[in-house]
Design a protein around this ligand. Structure first.
Ligand SMILES: NC(=O)c1ccc[n+]([C@@H]2O[C@H](COP(=O)([O-])OP(=O)(O)OC[C@H]3O[C@@H](n4cnc5c(N)ncnc54)[C@H](OP(=O)(O)O)[C@@H]3O)[C@@H](O)[C@H]2O)c1
Length: 386
C-alpha cells in the first residue's frame, strides 16, 4: 500500500503515521507537511517518532511539503512523480479550532483544502481508498440526550455551535459528491482525549478542558451528562483496522458507544486523588455563564445566583491572579461546556461488526495514565490555542 497522509503532525495523524509505518503491508507513507524546506519537514516528522522513541524509517516515511491553503496544491501534487503510485489517501488534516476568530481559516482549510486533495485524488491512476477523517460531532447541537447512528447524518438542516463541525459536515458531502462510492471510507471519531497507555499523549487539546474544569472547581455544566470519549491510540487503531477490513459500510463511528462512555463527574472523581488542597467541586447550571463573564469583566450584583458562591470567586482570583485570565479561560472553555451538555453517545455497532477492535476503555479508567501530563498543561496557553 502506498499512502498519502495529511495531518501527520497532529494528534490523530501522528498516531496513524507511527502505527502505519510499522505495517509490512505499507510500502510508503508520503506525509503532507507544512515546512519552509526539506530539512524542516524531515525534522517535523522526526519529532513525531521521537516522542516515544519509535523507529523513523526514512525509506518508508517521506515528507512532502505543502499547505492545504495553497490554491496550486493539486497541481503541485500532480507534478510530483513520486506520488504517482499512491493508492490510499488518508485525509486527517483539519483546522479544529472552536474559536470564532478563526472561522474563515477553518472554512478555507477544511473545505478549500479538502477540494485541493480531492481534485488531485481524482487524477490518481491507482487510487483504491480515500479515507476522510470526519467527526461524529457533525450531528451538531440540535440532537441532545440520545444515541446517534451513522445513517442519521449529514443533515444540512442541523445547527452547529462552531464553524468547525459545519465544515466537517460539508466535507462529507463533498467527498460523497466528488469520489466514486467504492473508494470512500468516512470515519467519524467522537471526542479524542489522551492515550489509554502509560505514555506521553500527543496533544493536550481535550485534556486541557478537563484540567481547566478541575482547576476551576466551580463548574457551570451538568456533570452527569454522558460523554463519548475515546483515547487517541484506539482511534488510530480503529481507522487502520477499517482500512484493511472487509467493509459493509462507507461511514463508521469510532466512539465509546453505550458500553464505555463517561461523564465529567466520573473523570473528575478519577483524577481527584492526584490534586490535594483544592476546594470541593460545585456544579452550577450552564445558564450561570453570562454571570461569570460579567463578573470577570467587572462585578456582579450581590443578589444574583453566582454571588452565592463568593468563596469560589475568591478562590479563582487567588488561583488565576487576574480576572482577565479567567475571561480568556472561559472564552476557550465555553464551546466545550456546550458540547458536554449535549449528552450524546455515538453507536458503534458497525465498527464492532466489521473489525475485531472491541470496545475502548472508558476515559475515567485510562485518564490517570495521563496524569503527569495533565498536571503540566498550561491552562492559559491552552485557552488561547483552543
Ligand atoms: N481531536 C478530536 O477530538 C477529534 C475528534 C473527532 C474528529 N477529529 C478529526 O480528526 C482529524 C485530526 O484531528 P486532530 O485532533 O489530530 O487535529 P490537530 O491535532 O489539530 O492536527 C491538525 C493537523 O492538520 C494539519 N493542518 C492544519 N492546517 C493545515 C494546512 N493548511 N495545511 C496542511 N496541514 C494542515 C496540522 O498541521 P500543522 O502541524 O502544520 O499545524 C496538523 O497536522 C481532523 O480531521 C479532525 O476533524 C478529531
Amino acid at each position: 500500500m502506498n499512502i498519502f497522509l495529511t495531518g501527520a503532525t497532529g494528534l490523530l495523524g501522528g498516531e496513524l503515521l507511527v502505527e502505519l509505518s510499522k505495517l509490512k503491508e505499507v510500502s510508503k507513507i508520503f506525509c503532507l507537511v507544512r515546512a519552509k524546506n526539506n530539512a524542516e519537514a524531515k525534522n517535523r516528522i522526526a519529532t513525531i517518532f521521537n516522542l516515544r522513541n519509535d523507529f523513523f524509517d526514512k525509506n518508508k516515511v517521506i515528507p512532502c511539503i505543502g499547505d492545504l491553503l495553497h490554491d496550486n496544491l493539486a497541481d503541485l501534487l500532480s507534478e510530483n512523480k513520486t506520488l504517482a503510485n499512491v493508492d490510499t489517501i488518508i485525509h486527517a488534516a483539519a483546522n479544529t479550532s472552536f474559536s470564532k476568530i478563526y472561522n474563515q481559516l477553518v472554512e478555507d482549510t477544511n473545505i478549500g483544502g479538502l477540494y485541493n486533495i480531492v481534485n488531485w485524488a481524482k487524477k490518481l491512476p491507482y487510487l483504491n481508498n480515500f479515507v476522510y477523517v470526519g467527526t461524529a460531532s457533525i450531528c451538531g447541537s440540535g440532537v441532545k440526550n440520545k444515541i446517534i447512528y451513522e445513517n442519521e447524518f449529514p443533515d444540512k438542516k442541523t445547527k452547529h455551535f462552531v464553524k468547525y463541525t459545519y465544515t466537517k459536515m460539508q466535507g462529507e458531502i463533498i467527498i460523497q459528491k466528488e469520489l466514486p462510492v467504492e473508494k470512500i471510507l468516512i470515519v467519524r471519531p467522537s471526542i479524542i482525549m489522551g492515550d489509554s497507555r502509560h505514555t506521553t499523549p500527543r496533544s493536550p487539546v481535550i485534556l486541557w478542558a478537563l484540567a481547566t474544569l478541575n482547576a476551576l472547581r466551580l463548574c457551570p455544566v451538568n456533570e452527569k451528562s454522558k460523554l463519548d470519549i475515546i483515547p487517541n491510540d484506539y482511534a488510530a487503531e480503529a481507522i487502520i483496522k477499517l482500512l484493511f477490513a472487509k467493509r459493509k459500510h462507507q461511514v463508521y463511528h469510532i466512539s465509546s458507544g453505550m458500553n464505555s462512555h463517561t461523564t465529567l463527574e466520573k473523570l473528575l472523581v478519577a483524577i481527584g486523588p492526584y490534586y490535594n488542597d483544592l476546594p470541593p467541586f460545585c456544579f452550577i447550571p450552564k445558564s450561570s455563564i453570562p454571570q461569570i463573564k460579567k463578573w470577570a469583566r467587572g462585578s456582579i450584583e450581590s443578589h444574583c445566583e453566582l454571588a452565592k458562591h463568593s468563596e469560589y470567586l475568591k478562590f479563582w482570583q487567588s488561583e488565576f491572579h487576574k480576572k482577565q485570565n479567567l475571561r480568556i479561560i472561559f472564552a476557550g472553555l465555553e464551546p466545550y461546556l456546550e458540547f458536554i451538555e449535549l449528552n450524546q453517545v455515538f453507536d458503534k455497532t458497525r465498527l464492532l461488526q466489521d473489525t475485531d477492535i472491541g470496545t475502548s476503555a472508558p476515559a475515567h479508567e485510562y485518564v490517570t495514565n495521563n496524569i503527569e501530563y495533565l498536571k503540566k498543561i498550561d491552562l492559559l496557553e491552552g485557552a488561547v490555542n483552543s
